[in-house]
Design a protein around this ligand. Sequence first.
Ligand code: FES
Length: 107
Amino acid sequence: MSEKWTDVCAADDVKVGQCIAVQVDGEPVIVIRTAAGHFALEDQCTHDGAELNDGEVDGDSIVCARHGARFCVRTGAVLEPPAYEAVAVFPVKVENGRVLVRDARWD
Ligand code: FES
């Protein structure tokens, strides 16, 4: 079990409606900020492997730039095809103005 949180960026490095690419233990992760806060997903579309950080944040979803699959930033669930599998989500917390992300996929 990994209880290790990784400091990935300053909270203000990501503006509302934007996203940035970071790494957590060498894994590509996208940090997304919506009006509801910060979220983190695996930075790889489940349709054909595109990086999601090239996509567009639209409310509580992100749209893959390659073929337009839409994923929920809270759950990683597919909201619109052509993807059919959810993207992994990572726990996020903001402390002292920093964004911390944990890879909990194998907990
Ligand atoms: S690679 Fe993302 S929709 Fe095709």
